[in-house]
Design a protein around this ligand. Structure first.
Ligand SMILES: [Zn+2]
Length: 329
């Protein structure tokens, strides 16, 4: 049986028809320009209809899973709070179900991506796994003993907002100082470069237009040996390693997968971060956690949302079971 996975982002929505192996068939993407709930629901429904229109055989296509930004009540599908969309208590599941005439499940987008990587990607074959997506912020999730860690209020996995520099860190969008996300997201890398710019007066990295500076440019310059970029990169990797060592202390995962734009640095990042994490891993046996680059890329959210729909919801997908049967329950 195939299911429909939807990855709802701040700027675009992807609807994909996904088979039981996590392979995407038909897909349809639409830009999101209006964040009003009715407008977003219309676009999600259009994206689903677009993917279905391209599918030749629709008979075996079942439920819809949606990964949405924000805190989501897994039982009701209500998005309680989404800072990206400015939403409070939007009944997303009910609104979409009314338009697509299929069973609909909704969960946080980062948890969907974690489920996708766990079942079909870099976490397949493990039972203890963490995904961290290093983008504008840091999204992620945990799998512990074969089960998604969901939490009492469905909000476990907000790893981006654990503080790693409480007194000397950058200000976080959430109101705290020195959150993991403020220090070690792609945005964090830019902040590190800007914060030390005065020490590199001859650097061309910023060149008078700090708002144009991107994390990719800094990473490339660091790889090429630019002193300013390299100094920023080293501070960045120190902070990233601190957070990863904390994750290891929390759940002792077999694998931590790093996704998002910064992780595309691949070996350059892994070679820098692995020894730092080892040095900060004290109470957990060192060397027992593999740190890898996530394998599903930008499709992880849609693939995970489809896996959630196949299982009959995130709670069902999160039951302790081997990876394969986790989605056929
Ligand atoms: Zn924060």
């Amino acid at each position: 049986m195939r299911t429909i996975g939807v990855d709802l982002g701040g700027s675009h929505v992807l609807a994909a028809i996904v088979d039981e192996n996590g392979t995407i068939g038909e897909r349809h993407e639409i830009d999101v320009v209006d964040h009003d709930p009715d407008a977003v629901v219309r676009i999600v429904a259009d994206a689903i209809a677009g993917a279905l229109a391209d599918a030749k055989n629709k008979a075996d296509i079942g439920a819809v899973g949606i990964g949405s930004p924000g805190s989501v009540d897994l039982m009701t599908g209500v998005v309680h709070y989404s800072p990206n969309f400015g939403w409070h208590d939007v009944a997303l599941r009910e609104m979409i179900a009314g338009k697509v005439n299929r069973q609909v499940f909704v969960a946080n987008d980062a948890r969907c991506a974690t489920l996708g990587e766990y079942v079909h990607g870099s976490g397949a074959g493990t039972r203890d796994f963490a995904l961290l997506t290093l983008g504008t912020g840091i999204g992620g999730g945990f799998v512990s003993n074969g089960a998604m860690a969901l939490g009492h209020a469905s909000c476990a996995g907000e790893i981006g907002h654990h503080q790693i520099r409480r007194t000397d860190g950058f200000f976080c969008n959430c109101g705290k100082v020195g959150c993991f996300e403020a220090q070690a997201s792609g945005t964090g890398l830019i902040r590190h470069a800007l914060s030390i710019a005065a020490s590199f007066p001859r650097s061309t990295l910023v060149s008078g237009k700090p708002e144009k500076l991107g994390s990719k440019a800094i990473r490339k310059a660091a790889e090429a040996g630019d002193p300013h970029a390299l100094a920023a990169w080293n501070r960045y990797v120190d902070d990233l390693a601190c957070g990863l060592a904390n994750v290891i202390a929390f759940i002792n995962p077999e694998t931590i997968a790093l996704g998002g734009g910064v992780a595309s640095a691949g070996a350059f990042m892994l070679d820098a971060v692995r020894p730092r994490v080892e040095a900060l891993t004290t109470m957990t046996p060192r060397g027992t956690t593999n740190i890898v680059v996530a394998s599903l890329g930008n499709d992880a959210g849609a693939i995970g949302a489809a896996a959630m729909a196949r299982a009959g919801g995130m709670h069902a997908a999160g039951q302790p079971a081997p990876a394969e049967s986790a989605v056929s329950a």
